[in-house]
Design a protein around this ligand. Structure first.
Ligand code: ADP
Ligand code: MG
Length: 262
């Protein structure tokens, strides 16, 4: 794929083109196109049921698209031929693609029976087939960076919700991903714990991590995102800079949605 994102002129690290998805007779994604350049932080906002989670699940191969394409850099995960057939990459290429991104959900990210350390090290060793000693050293450093030094041997239920989400972020980062996907990472947390998770995400943004973040945290979107995408009814209704979309939305549906937050 040779298309370049407008913002930076750099080749996208993630690219979704004309992606559609239905569950039975319900179309949940309607021809979604989204290119993300290195270092971009894309905040996806919109009402419940609008297709945000499905977009992330299709992006990360947890769900299959019915039409369109998905690629991570030069690695095409799914593509549609002229006759409309969607073809997914081989198992081996999907494995390669999976080590290019990290994914953090609202909750239940961690395996409850594994220590924090094992949670963080599992995929780099099993999926990326990297040496254990190297992965464990990186995991310790990442946990320390997330404010979780000393928690390596604990199991998730011994951590607060905010600590669990920071451990989830460490786990995602330990894959050395090109891009991180977040699906409402703070929605299950109370305000204090939300703050500590957003702080970590803000720091990652400053360091240049490429991220797609589904969020209801409008202040985070305003201050941290380089681009805001408003989704409703399975489609991208409006996108632009935070100033444009949050400050001066042009579409009625965007205005109605944002009015709930002011
Ligand atoms: P959002 O994350 O924006 O709230 P979702 O992507 O979760 O939206 O859901 C979009 C629509 O798709 C909703 O109508 C939801 O009920 C439907 N949906 C999501 N997942 C499934 C599924 N596995 N099977 C059937 N319908 C689903
Ligand atoms: Mg959702």
């Amino acid at each position: 794929m040779t298309t370049q994102t407008q913002a930076s002129g750099q080749a996208p690290v993630f690219s979704m083109r004309d992606a559609s998805k239905s569950f039975g007779s319900t179309q949940v994604l309607r021809s979604i196109s989204l290119d993300v350049a290195p270092g971009e932080v894309v905040a996806i906002i919109g009402p419940s049921g609008g297709g945000k989670s499905t977009l992330l699940r299709c992006a990360t191969t947890l769900e299959r698209i019915d039409a369109g394409s998905v690629a991570f850099g030069d690695l095409t995960v799914a593509d549609t031929s002229a006759d409309g057939t969607v073809t997914y990459a081989s198992k081996e290429r999907l494995r390669q693609a999976k080590s290019r991104f990290g994914l953090v959900f609202q909750s239940y990210n961690l395996f409850p029976h594994m220590t924090v350390m094992r949670n963080v090290c599992d995929a780099p060793i099993a999926v990326q087939r990297r040496p254990r000693a190297e992965v464990e050293a990186q995991a310790r450093a990442l946990l320390a960076k997330m404010g979780l030094a000393g928690c390596e041997g604990k199991v998730p239920c011994q951590l607060s919700g905010g600590q669990q989400q920071r451990a989830s972020i460490a786990r995602a980062l330990c894959l050395n991903p090109d891009i991180l996907f977040f699906d409402e990472p703070t929605s299950a947390l109370d305000p204090e714990l939300t703050g500590e998770v957003l702080k970590v995400m803000r720091q990652l943004a400053v360091e240049g991590m490429t991220m797609i973040v589904v969020t209801h945290e409008m202040q985070f979107a305003r201050e941290v995102a380089t681009r805001v995408v408003f989704m409703d009814g399975g489609a991208i209704v409006e996108e632009g800079t935070p100033q444009q979309v949050l400050g001066a939305p042009t579409r009625q549906r965007t205005r109605e949605f944002l009015a709930r937050y002011s």
